[in-house]
Design a protein around this ligand. Structure first.
Ligand code: PLP
Ligand code: COI
Length: 339
């Protein structure tokens, strides 16, 4: 029985569900993992995650499809990215097999929290790994927990698909040759100060430029950036942005489903003024249209405007959601059935 939740009024927040998954790494290996009901974790005060932020995470969603199945979208790519993130922080990676098994178990156990088809909500899945034993000299932990929590969510930005205004940040989110390309808590810790400032100033998100020259578009605090110009889908290429699974999927949808020409390349900040549509894309953001960019008082108005999403981003969003919710045929291997 589906839980008695007002799905359509959900925002992007945390709600404890019935079960979470945990696997322990000890003596050089991961155990087989289990579901537990306690949402709290007790750790030593000197755990590496507390002292040196040794933690990496992922984000994906489960959907109810039009025919009532519960599915996730390309979880194999989340497994691979989590392993890449883990290696960069000297965390032992979990295998793709264990990752997929854990996602299946935890979503199935919480299936009553998966929002129904057509509600506009989904079940957000947050896998994470952290160093748990006491460490005071700077070195990796020897013991870890791989956990997955799930929580039903609505849109990441208030108003769902309404255009947002973002500002160019005074801060960098990543260093050249740093950790911008992995999903580590440390990248989000340093974004908290600029995001609080941006919200206080009335902006929805920060846009970060390339840290070396500050002339090229990178991404926002929680999503990659995409542009439409005529028949082209343009998205920045950089070693210091997170390789978004949504963006990589949209590149394929744009080309194969909508017949757009895809350009994955360096994008100069100065090019934004010539774009027709601009959006943020990610698991949480899906596609959120950007109506205006504020660069220290210099305003760039995107021609699609502040009232609604532009026509091409709308088509991309509808096609992507259709693939995820089973009303548009998916490319081979994109949909992973849970139950
Ligand atoms: N960029 C950042 C910094 C993110 O936190 C996210 C969210 O996961 C994304 C991009 C989008 O990635 P994905 O599409 O894999 O969710
Ligand atoms: C996601 O889209 O899954 C993310 O992790 C973004 C986060 C800022 C909520």
């Amino acid at each position: 029985m589906s839980k008695n939740i007002d799905w359509s009024s959900l925002g992007f927040g945390y709600m404890p569900t019935d079960y979470r998954y945990v696997s322990y790494f000890k003596d050089g290996k991961w155990d087989e993992g289990q579901l537990v009901s306690d949402p709290n974790i007790v750790l030593n005060e000197c755990a590496c995650v507390f002292q040196y932020a040794q933690t990496v995470f992922e984000g994906l969603k489960a959907y109810t499809t039009a025919n009532g199945d519960i599915v996730t979208f390309r979880p194999d790519l989340n497994a691979a990215r989590l392993a890449d993130s883990a290696k960069r922080l000297e965390i032992p990676p979990v295998s793709e097999e264990q990752f997929l098994d854990a996602v299946k178990k935890v979503v199935e156990a919480n299936k009553d929290f998966v929002p129904p088809y057509g509600s506009g909500a989904s079940l957000y899945i947050r896998p994470y790994i952290m160093g748990t034993n006491a460490v005071i000299g700077v070195k990796p932990a020897e013991e870890y927990q791989f956990r997955i929590l799930v929580t039903p969510v609505g849109p990441y930005f208030k108003g769902g698909a309404k255009p947002i205004v973002i500002k160019v940040s005074d801060y960098d989110r990543a260093a050249p040759h740093g950790t911008g390309n992995i999903k580590a808590g440390l990248n989000y810790a340093m974004s908290l100060y600029p995001i609080v400032k941006a919200h206080e100033e009335g902006f929805s998100e920060n846009m970060y430029l390339d840290p070396a020259t500050r002339t090229k578009v990178e991404e926002t605090g929680g999503a990659n950036i995409i542009f439409i110009k005529g028949n082209k889908f343009i998205t920045p290429k950089s070693d210091s942005i997170l390789p978004s699974i949504t963006r990589r999927s949209l590149m394929i949808v744009a080309e194969k489903y909508l017949g757009l020409e895809v350009e994955h390349r360096e994008v100069l900040f100065d090019e934004i003024k010539d774009m027709d549509e601009m959006g943020l894309c990610g698991t949480a953001a899906v596609i959120s249209p950007v109506g205006r960019v504020n660069d220290h008082g210099n305003i760039i108005d995107i021609p699609s405007g502040m009232t609604e999403m532009g026509p091409t981003l709308t088509k991309l969003r509808e096609t992507l959601l259709g693939i995820q919710e089973g009303t548009v045929e998916a490319p081979e291997g994109w949909i992973y059935k849970i139950c």
